[in-house]
Design a protein around this ligand. Structure first.
Ligand SMILES: [Fe+2]
Length: 247
């Protein structure tokens, strides 16, 4: 599958511009500096002016660290997701929400997949964590317990992670960074913040369609890399975790 750039309408371009500009403003003082630095590096191919052309983004990324965008039709199987990640391929959709849907999404669109997720893949430590994470998944596809542990780790870091890298709590998770409402929720509402701890995270069952009230705070990105190494050790000892919530 390929991005069909000529199919984007002037309204799509306008929506991208509104989302990008609005969120850059909103992230001021709330967002992890690594993310912002990476986004700045991406500026020649990823900016508010136009919907990014994946071909150009790929040339840019691949020449830096070998990562690429892999276009997917929407939700894909866990098997495919893990094996693509392990090959340094980031899955992204190509559709964009409409102007009437700026703040409501049932499925992740390109603004979430690209603006939210892509920048940190330029960070060496974060990118190594993602690659290693993909390899663990790809090696344990038939072990539901391992997949549940990975899903929880992903949820509380890649999607909803907070950091205190410069002593101040900030966001780095794409689910927050790509959402105007989630960003403000973290800073305006009474949420619970736990110091990041792999054992606690993989035992923390969550419901993905409810607003998050609990978050985990890393001190540095190497915490994430160390976490996947620890997870591998736990898997080899025989992983045992709290079951998922069934509703
Ligand atoms: Fe995501």
């Amino acid at each position: 599958m390929k991005q069909q750039y000529h199919k984007y309408t002037p309204e799509d371009q306008e929506v991208w511009n509104i989302l990008f500009e609005r969120q850059i403003q909103n992230l001021q003082g709330k967002c992890d500096v690594h993310y912002l630095r990476c986004l700045e590096s991406f500026a020649p191919v990823l900016n508010a002016e136009h919907i990014p052309a994946f071909e150009k983004v790929n040339e840019f990324m691949y020449s830096r660290n070998g990562w690429e965008i892999h276009v997917v039709p929407g939700l894909i199987s866990v098997e495919e997701f893990f094996s693509l990640l392990s090959e340094k391929k980031w899955c992204s959709s190509t559709w964009l929400r409409t102007k009437a849907q700026l703040d409501y999404l049932e499925e992740p669109d390109m603004f979430h997949d690209i603006f939210g997720h892509l920048p940190l893949l330029l960070d060496d430590v974060f990118a190594s964590f993602m690659e290693h994470f993909g390899k663990i998944g790809a090696n344990h596809l038939n072990e539901p317990i391992v997949l549940t542990a990975l899903q929880r780790l992903y949820w509380f870091t890649v999607e909803f992670g907070l950091s205190a890298i410069q002593g101040q709590e900030q966001i780095y998770g794409a689910g927050i960074i790509s959402s105007f409402g989630e960003t403000n929720h973290v800073f305006e509402n009474k949420i619970t913040k736990h110091p990041f701890d792999l054992d606690q995270v993989i035992n923390h069952a969550f419901v993905n369609n409810e607003i998050q009230m609990e978050y985990y705070v890393i001190q540095e990105f190497s915490d994430l890399y160390n976490a996947v190494e620890r997870l591998e050790a736990l898997i080899s000892e025989g992983l045992d975790i709290t079951p998922a919530i069934v509703r």
